[in-house]
Design a protein around this ligand. Structure first.
Ligand code: BES
Ligand code: MN
Ligand code: ZN
Length: 478
């Protein structure tokens, strides 16, 4: 789908179908022969959020979509409305779809039209012999507004395409998305202005003393990849942002093997890493004036004769010894060394992102990601970025009691608490040990990374976190 921008009226736009928002108590501004407002007065078109009505006038098809009350309008409402409108437009065979941006709204509304439409339009068809019939015909989105919104629209397009790129990484099955494939995807980003990429394999992990990360990788025949990306924008401002992503390309559980139910979904256990790569892509293409160091820890977690065993003790890069009680709590083992690495590489603020615990799904479902943070200001800044993009987070506690639950008889730390109580907080508490007092926030996205049920990302990987990170980077530069 290509994206265009016009200041022409919707009825004059080069499109077969036009989407017009209906706001509570307001008329449609650019009517055609009274047809559209006729539909509103007849009650067929409504301001009720996401309500749909269809009309034909002036040789075009019109989709009227409810946007609710003007003073409650925000980006997320518009993304959701755009998802509904696109669904109907597709059913009706639209080829060129024009969206009329409501009058006198913030530019974030226009950006949300683009994001909502491009994210909804995403399909993962790499392994389909034939593309699905719906949507195959849709070729263009034309954004119509009184003002020239070309810059806003182009930026939103960059962001949405980066989210969809992250979704491609997520949705690709583990046999085609091993650590080396993620490393290849990162190397492609190295071609963008301001981006450099380094990849270390098994030997590199050993050399850097990353006994924790290396332990997870040991049972896999696939070479792990420690991927480090640096981005330096023009006249960079603010602290160096450290982004750390868990990228377990397949999590079988290892020797503490998972049961077969839904094990296939563990191809998505690299979603944190995918979000970090998508964020770097967007941040670099937007040329944001910031500095970022991004670390993606990519490995499989597999059982094998040489795999790490429950009870084994390993030494992390910061010297902490870890007794591995359960090899299925592998994400924190990978992140431990990646956090140390990000700090060593100069990160002054840290956010890690990981499909870390099943417990977070029990606590928060698919609605919020879990947020854990030692530093209140940093927690607020991360949460605010999520509110702005509709990737909402909910802060959960850290506490000394959770830390004590990880005391080991043999080593400095165990990787799980034996009771499994407060599993997400205990996992976060584990990570805190590797943050070297740099302001840090942890996002547990096990519930939001895939199948999260947002209408604009209804199936498969959601790309959750890409937009939040872009917004966070923007906020650091403000
Ligand atoms: N990748 C999983 C977490 C997960 C589970 C994400 C289900 C999405 C859906 C993680 O590596 C894991 O296995 N966590 C364990 C930790 C436990 C052994 C303490 C869990 O949550 O069960
Ligand atoms: Mn696991
Ligand atoms: Zn995992």
């Amino acid at each position: 789908m290509i994206v265009e921008c016009t200041t022409a009226l919707p009825q004059d736009a080069d499109a077969d179908t036009v989407v017009v928002g209906v706001l509570d108590g307001e008329k449609v501004h650019h009517d055609v022969d009274g047809v559209l407002n006729g539909l509103v007065s007849a009650g067929e078109a409504k301001a009720k959020h996401r309500h749909l009505a269809v009309a034909h006038a002036g040789a075009k098809r019109w989709v009227l979509v409810g946007l609710g009350k003007r003073d409650e309008l925000d980006g997320e409402r518009v993304r959701l409305a755009a998802a509904s409108a696109l669904g109907r437009a597709r059913e009706l065979g639209a080829k060129r779809l024009c969206w009329e941006v409501p009058h006198k709204v913030d530019i974030e509304i226009a950006a949300a039209v683009v994001e909502g439409t491009l994210l909804t339009g995403y399909r993962f068809e790499r392994f389909k012999s034939k593309p699905a019939e719906d949507g195959a015909g849709l070729q263009a989105l034309v954004v119509s507004a009184h003002d020239d919104l070309a810059d806003v629209v182009a930026e939103a397009e960059i962001v949405a395409r980066a989210v969809n790129a992250a979704r491609n990484l997520q949705n690709t099955p583990a046999n085609e998305m091993a650590p080396r494939h993620l490393a290849d995807a990162a190397r492609v980003l190295g071609e963008l202005d301001g981006v450099t990429v380094e990849v270390e394999g098994r030997d590199g992990l050993e050399r850097l003393g990353m006994g924790s990360f290396a332990a997870v990788a040991r049972g896999s025949v696939e070479e792990p990849a420690l991927i480090t990306l640096r981005y330096e924008g023009p006249q960079p401002q603010g602290p160096v942002l450290g982004l750390v992503g868990k990228a377990v390309t397949f999590d079988s559980g290892g020797i503490s093997i998972k049961n077969a139910n839904k094990m296939f979904e563990m191809k998505f256990d690299m979603s944190g890493g995918a979000a970090v790569l998508g964020a770097i892509e967007a941040i670099a293409e937007l040329k944001l004036p910031v500095r970022v160091v991004a670390v993606v820890g990519a490995t499989e977690n597999m059982p094998a004769g040489n795999a790490v065993k429950p009870g084994d003790v390993v030494t992390a890069a910061n010297g902490t010894t870890i007794e591995i009680i359960n090899t299925d709590a592998e994400g924190r083992l990978v992140l431990a060394d990646c956090l140390t690495h990000a700090v060593n590489e100069g990160a002054e603020r840290l956010v890690d992102i990981a499909t870390l615990t099943g417990s977070i799904i029990t606590a928060l479902g698919n609605t919020h990601a879990g947020l854990f943070a030692g530093d209140d200001d940093w927690a607020e800044q991360v949460a605010a970025a999520g509110s702005a993009t509709g990737e909402t987070v909910w802060r959960l506690p850290l506490h000394d009691d959770y830390a004590k639950a990880l005391d080991s008889d043999t080593a400095d730390l165990m990787n799980v608490n034996e009771t499994r109580k407060a599993g997400s907080s205990v996992a976060a508490q584990f990570l805190l040990r590797f943050t070297a007092e740099v302001p840090w926030a942890h996002l547990d996205i096990a519930g939001t990374a895939w199948g999260a049920g947002k209408p604009y990302a209804a199936k498969g990987g959601s790309g959750w976190g890409v937009r939040l990170f872009v917004e966070l980077a923007r906020s650091l530069a403000r």
